[in-house]
Ligand binder design. Sequence first.
Ligand SMILES: [Zn+2]
Length: 75
Amino acid sequence: MPVETGVDHVEFICPKCGHQWERQYGVRHCETPSGEVREYFQIGGLWVLPPYTAAGAPRCVRCGRRVIGRLNGRH
Ligand SMILES: [Zn+2]
């Protein structure tokens, strides 16, 4: 199973208070035998849910609202 690793620079802009921040996620791209590509995300060595989904959206440090990330560059 081929695995590619990379880093996603993810930008968050809180729609409630306007707070803006960026975080880097380690990404692993795994291809299943059927050719489907899956992505797994890490912060500081811990597995986390994708920041692009409601479930994995971090909370704004100012107002506590969950903010879904936007890909701002991949390396
Ligand atoms: Zn906020």
